[in-house]
Write a protein that binds this ligand. Structure first.
Ligand SMILES: C[S@@+](CC[C@H](N)C(=O)[O-])C[C@H]1O[C@@H](n2cnc3c(N)ncnc32)[C@H](O)[C@@H]1O
Ligand SMILES: *[C@@H]1O[C@H](CO)[C@@H](O)[C@H](O)[C@H]1NC(C)=O
Ligand SMILES: *[C@@H]1O[C@H](CO)[C@@H](O)[C@H](O)[C@H]1NC(C)=O
Length: 253
């Protein structure tokens, strides 16, 4: 009895802390133009020159024995992970606002590319390297849909759910769910820190919210939780910084 009351109390306090933490960043908005400015000015501290450790470590769980998967990269930047997967024979579709990011991706990886308008998305362009089957769409992610390139067998979400504006998370999750094929394996990287100390991006996304965004239609498994605090986050004023990796799969009926 005392135990049960204590558990309810702990849950209440915890959810109170969670909602106060979420509200610390709820109204923060990065305009699309601010991202483009960052690319123009080379303020892209999020970019990593090596394949991301969390993708490398968990790749077998994403592939689950499958070959020639179509991978989706929301908010792709110029992630070298795209080339790594394409070199393994997978196809890659990315979506990115900044033209500069897409051009740098192909140029820095010594790949030629074609550039074409996208009939179904006014104003958008698609950049393709046909030899490696990489297609990068330059447009706002919310203009993309499964009618453009179908659904995907895998998704790698790093610097994406944590980068979109917090108020758009439901809309983003609905889009991602609509892009998942039945056998899709979605690897999601989230970050935990004290949002009262740093305004983001990247934004803080607690596991509880991952469950409220995806849990009704998907199974969610947390694969890893690691301390990722470095001098970069210390310079933002943070005292802890945790990286969580989730594997999200559509519920079978
Ligand atoms: C934090 S970076 C991460 C890039 C990449 N995923 C990586 O790990 O290197 C977020 C990227 O999303 C792009 N972006 C931001 N908002 C977007 C939107 N609404 N639609 C498409 N791309 C967007 C930005 O230009 C930026 O390159
Ligand atoms: C590229 O990938 C798509 C989707 O997986 C596939 O339908 C298409 O046949 C591939 N094209 C080439 C040239 O490999
Ligand atoms: C691209 O080519 C340059 C010059 O040949 C070379 O230095 C660089 O390592 C290449 N980059 C990649 C990713 O292969």
């Amino acid at each position: 009895m005392v135990k049960a009351v204590a558990a309810v109390f702990v849950r209440k306090v915890w959810s109170g802390i969670q909602s106060r933490m979420l509200s610390a960043q709820a109204d923060r908005v990065m305009e699309n133009g601010e991202w483009e400015e960052r690319w123009q000015e080379g303020r892209i501290g999020f970019h990593q020159p090596q394949v991301h450790k969390m993708l490398e470590t968990n790749i077998d769980k994403v592939l689950a024995g499958r070959a020639h998967i179509s991978f989706f990269f929301p908010l792709c930047g110029k992630a070298v992970d795209m080339k790594w997967l394409a070199d393994m024979g997978h196809s890659v579709v990315g979506v990115e606002l900044a033209e500069k990011a897409i051009q740098q991706f192909f140029e820095e990886n010594n790949m030629t590319y074609s550039e074409e308008p996208v009939p179904s998305i006014p104003g958008a362009k698609v950049y393709r390297n046909p030899e490696r089957n990489i297609s990068l769409y330059q447009c706002d992610i919310y203009k993309f849909s499964s009618s453009v390139q179908g659904q995907f067998g895998a998704i790698w979400d790093r610097g994406s759910l944590v980068a979109i504006n917090p108020r758009d998370r439901e809309k983003y999750a609905a889009l991602i769910i609509s892009l998942m094929a039945k056998d899709c394996r979605y690897l999601l990287d989230t970050l935990l820190y004290n949002p009262e100390l740093y305004k983001g991006p990247p934004f803080f996304v607690p596991d509880e919210q991952v469950h409220s965004l995806f849990g009704s239609s998907c199974d969610i498994e947390r694969l890893l939780s690691v301390d990722a605090l470095t001098d970069r986050q210390r310079s933002w004023g943070l005292d802890y910084f945790t990286e969580n990796v989730h594997l999200i799969t559509p519920k079978s009926n």
